[in-house]
Design a binder for this molecule. Structure first.
Ligand code: GRG
Length: 304
């Protein structure tokens, strides 16, 4: 197996993972035995939602955490694809008029603009369900106990005490004068939980020892918060053309973010601290963690 240091650059590895994941997603969204009974318009909307760009950061983290636990990419591709289905569903629903009401995502019209609202809701629902179909597939892992553990953790991450719960808190937040602790809790649920699952997934797939799994969870926790903080900074200061979606929305909507609470400069300092915290958590892996360390740097400095 190649070691992270064999890769010429982090970006190449990210791009390589994206290619592998897109191929796998394309298979799941077209395989005749799986797609035969799917209404054409629903399948088209699901493909539009999933296959139209995106960094594929979460699947990348699944593949890299698996690699750190000595598994090849192939062993983690289905889990990465399942997670990306959930991420894409969340974007489709988040863009709906009842939520963020966005017209642009990944530089193109959102799903409800390209199709219609009902189709966007159903495509999101079907992507959420497809994720668990993929995890339950024996090809994802031969051990049903591992498949069950993956399903349990992903359900917890995406559900009422994870992403969906965080989204609920976010909707109740405007004008609520949240404290820093409350903002961090909201963000670690809404955005951090899926990123944390991505980092833990490799350890679950490899049945890694508890200390290694905990180290990846600690890394994922800090990385998830860093990701959201970088997103808040992009919303406050970013370029819509580069970001691929509307910016300056949080302030207009009265949303509670760390940037609005402590200011952009203090938020940037906090972002560096989170990056360092994420990297420190990987100490048990030594040099083998170089790619995940580069990922933390990428997340903290991203421009899109
Ligand atoms: C609808 C249940 C439900 C939840 C939605 C994730 C989310 C909760 C809303 C998305 C709103 C948002 C922009 C959150 C900030 C963090 C985030 C998820 C950004 C988009 O993720 P990227 O940058 O997107 O990884 P790409 O397009 O690269 O996949």
């Amino acid at each position: 197996m190649q070691r992270p240091s064999d890769y010429q650059s982090f970006n190449q590895r990210l791009q390589g993972c994206a290619t592998l994941i897109e191929r796998r997603l394309d298979e799941w969204l077209t395989a005749p035995e799986k797609g035969e009974a799917v209404p054409g318009r629903l399948n088209e909307a699901m493909r539009y939602a999933v296959l139209g760009g995106g960094k594929r950061l979460r699947p990348f983290l699944v593949l890299e955490s698996a690699r750190l636990c000595c598994l090849p990419d192939e062993a983690a591709l289905n889990v990465g694809a399942a997670l990306e289905c959930i991420h894409c569903y969340s974007l489709v629903h988040d863009d709906l008029p009842a939520m963020d009401d966005d017209d642009l995502r990944r530089g193109r019209p959102t799903v409800h603009k390209a199709f219609d609202e009902a189709t966007a809701i159903l495509a999101g629902d079907a992507l959420l369900t497809l994720a668990f179909e993929i995890l339950a597939d024996p090809e994802t892992h031969p051990d049903p106990g591992v498949r069950s553990a993956l399903s349990l953790e992903l359900a917890r991450s995406a559900g009422r005490a994870g992403m969906a719960g965080g989204q609920m808190l976010d909707f109740r937040a405007p004008g609520a004068n949240l404290s820093e602790t409350e903002i961090l809790r909201l963000q670690s649920m809404k955005t951090g939980s899926l990123i944390c699952f991505a980092c833990e997934a490799g350890a679950i797939l490899a049945c890694a020892e508890t200390a290694r799994r905990n180290a990846l969870v600690a890394y994922g926790g800090a990385l998830g918060l860093a990701f959201q903080l970088a997103d808040d900074l992009l919303d406050a200061e970013g370029d819509a053309a580069l970001v691929g979606k509307a910016v300056a929305k949080d302030h207009g909507a009265g949303k509670a973010t760390l940037v609005s609470l402590i200011g952009a400069d203090a938020a940037r300092t906090r972002l560096s601290q989170l990056e360092a915290q994420a990297c420190d958590a990987l100490a048990p892996f030594g040099d083998a963690a170089a790619t995940l360390i580069a990922a933390a740097h990428f997340v903290a400095n991203r421009k899109h």
